[in-house]
Design a protein around this ligand. Structure first.
Ligand SMILES: Cc1ncc(COP(=O)(O)O)c(C=O)c1O
Length: 390
C-alpha cells in the first residue's frame, strides 16, 4: 500500500508541486534548482548537433517547470511559454491551418475571443461559437473542424461546462479538445482525467500565484505539446529562465494556496449571500449557482473567484471598489492578494451594455479574486465597502 501510494501518479498535488520535477539528485546538488540565466549552452563536442537554446524551451528552468506542470496535471508532457495568451495562440496555430475550423464556447476570456475572431481568420481558420446553455455543438462541427475550445470555469460568470459529451463527440470525429483551466488550477480540476486533450493555463494567475510574473503553460500528450513548442520556436514566445524559476517557486505552494483560496471564497460567498446591497452572488460552490452540481462532480474545489452583482449598478460598483481598504482594485486574479475588478471596464469594455447583459454581466457586476488573507479581515473589508453603497 505505502509503495503504491509513492508512485508518481498517486502523489497529491502538494507533493508534486514541491518534488514533481525531480530526477536524479546527486549528493551536493542544490535543493532548489539554480537559475540558468543563459541563452545558450556548451556543446559536448564541436560535432554535437544538440541545440540547447532558451528560445527552444529546453533551458533547464523551462524543462523543470514543464515537468512539474505535467506531474500536477497527470499528463505525459507540458511546456511553459511567455504568457497565457502565448500558450493559447501557439496551441491554436499549431493545431490549425488554412481551411480548418474551430468550434469554441461563447464564454471565453476576451483576448481568446479576439484571437479566434480577428487573428485566426487571417490564417485561414474559421470559428463557430456555441452558447453552452443553448447547445448545438454537434451541428457546429464540420468535416474540417480540428479543435473544440472551452474554458472551465469561465471568466467572469464562473459557469462550469461538463466537457464529457464534447470529448465523446470530438473522439468520434478526430477533433482535439482544448480547455483553458486557468480559473480551476490543476488542484481543483484534473482536466486530463475528463478526456481533455490539451490543458492551457495562464500561469500568471494561480500557478505563479504572487502577481509577479507573466507566463503560460500547455499540458497534454508529448506529441501535442511538442507541436505547440515547435510553433513557439518560430513565433518566439519563450519563457525567460528567471520567470520559469519564479513560476517553479510558485508551484511549490500551489496546493496550500488553492486550499485557502477555496475556503476563503466559499466563506466570502456565503457571507455575502442575501446582503441587502447585492442582487446576486455567483460562486460555483453555492447551491444557487446554475452549475453547482456539475462543479461538485467534476472539481475537487470551487476556486478563488466570487462575482457579485450590486443592486446600485455601475455607479455603486465604482464606489464599492474605491471604498475597499485591504482588497485591491486591480485587474488579474489568482494572486495571494484579493484583487477586485469590473468586467465592464476591463475584459468586456469593448461590448455594449446590452451585449454584456446578454452574457450575464450587468453594470453592477464585480469580480472578486479572493486572496489568502485572513478571511474575517476580508469579509470586514468587503462589508464596510458595501455600507458605502447600501
Ligand atoms: C482565463 C484566462 N485565460 C488566459 C488569460 C491570458 O493570460 P496572460 O495574461 O497570462 O496572457 C487570462 C488572463 O486574464 C485569463 O483570465
Amino acid at each position: 500500500m505505502s509503495n503504491e501510494r509513492l508512485s508518481a501518479s498517486n502523489l497529491g498535488p502538494a507533493t508534486l508541486g514541491i518534488h514533481g520535477e525531480e530526477t536524479d539528485s546527486p549528493p551536493g546538488s542544490p535543493i532548489v534548482p539554480p537559475i540558468m540565466q543563459s541563452a545558450t549552452f556548451h556543446w559536448a563536442s564541436p560535432a554535437d548537433g544538440e541545440l540547447i537554446y532558451s528560445r527552444f524551451g529546453n533551458n533547464p528552468n523551462q524543462v523543470e517547470v514543464g515537468r512539474k506542470v505535467a506531474a500536477l496535471e497527470g499528463t505525459e508532457a507540458a511546456g511553459a511559454l511567455a504568457s497565457g495568451m502565448a500558450a493559447t495562440a501557439m496551441a491554436l496555430l499549431a493545431l490549425t491551418g488554412v481551411g480548418d475550423h474551430v468550434v469554441a464556447s461563447s464564454r471565453l476570456y476576451g483576448a481568446t475571443q479576439k484571437l479566434l475572431t480577428l487573428e485566426l481568420p487571417r490564417r485561414g481558420v474559421d470559428t463557430t461559437f456555441v452558447d453552452p446553455d443553448e447547445g448545438g455543438w454537434e451541428e457546429a462541427v464540420r468535416p474540417e473542424t480540428r479543435v473544440i475550445f472551452i474554458e472551465m470555469p469561465d471568466n467572469p460568470t464562473l459557469r462550469v461546462l461538463d466537457p464529457r459529451p464534447l470529448v465523446a463527440l470530438a473522439r468520434e470525429r478526430g477533433i482535439k479538445v482544448l480547455c483553458d483551466a486557468t480559473f480551476a488550477s490543476p488542484v481543483n480540476l484534473r482536466a486530463a482525467s475528463l478526456g481533455i486533450d490539451m490543458i492551457i493555463h495562464s500561469a500568471t494567475k494561480y500557478l505563479g500565484g504572487h502577481s509577479d510574473l507573466i507566463a503560460g503553460v500547455v499540458a497534454g500528450p508529448q506529441a501535442l505539446v511538442s507541436e505547440v513548442i515547435a510553433m513557439s520556436h518560430l513565433y518566439g514566445p519563450a519563457l525567460d529562465p528567471h520567470t520559469a524559476w519564479l513560476l517553479d517557486r510558485g508551484l511549490r505552494t500551489l496546493e496550500a494556496r488553492i486550499q485557502v483560496h477555496n475556503q476563503n471564497a466559499l466563506e466570502v460567498s456565503e457571507r455575502l449571500s442575501g446582503h441587502s446591497a447585492i442582487g446576486r452572488v455567483i460562486y460555483p460552490g453555492l447551491p444557487s449557482h446554475p452549475d453547482h452540481k456539475v462543479a461538485a462532480e467534476l472539481m475537487t474545489g470551487f476556486g478563488g473567484v466570487v462575482s457579485i452583482v450590486l443592486k446600485g449598478g455601475g455607479a455603486a460598483a465604482d464606489q464599492f471598489l474605491s471604498a475597499l481598504k485591504i482588497a485591491v482594485a486591480a485587474p488579474s486574479l489568482g494572486g495571494v492578494e484579493t484583487l477586485v475588478s469590473q468586467p465592464r471596464h476591463t475584459s468586456h469594455a469593448g461590448l455594449t451594455q446590452e451585449e454584456r447583459e446578454a452574457q450575464g454581466i450587468p453594470d453592477g457586476f464585480v469580480r472578486i479574486s479572493v486572496g489568502i488573507e485572513n478571511s474575517q479581515d476580508l469579509i470586514a473589508d468587503i462589508e464596510q465597502a458595501l455600507e458605502v453603497v447600501d
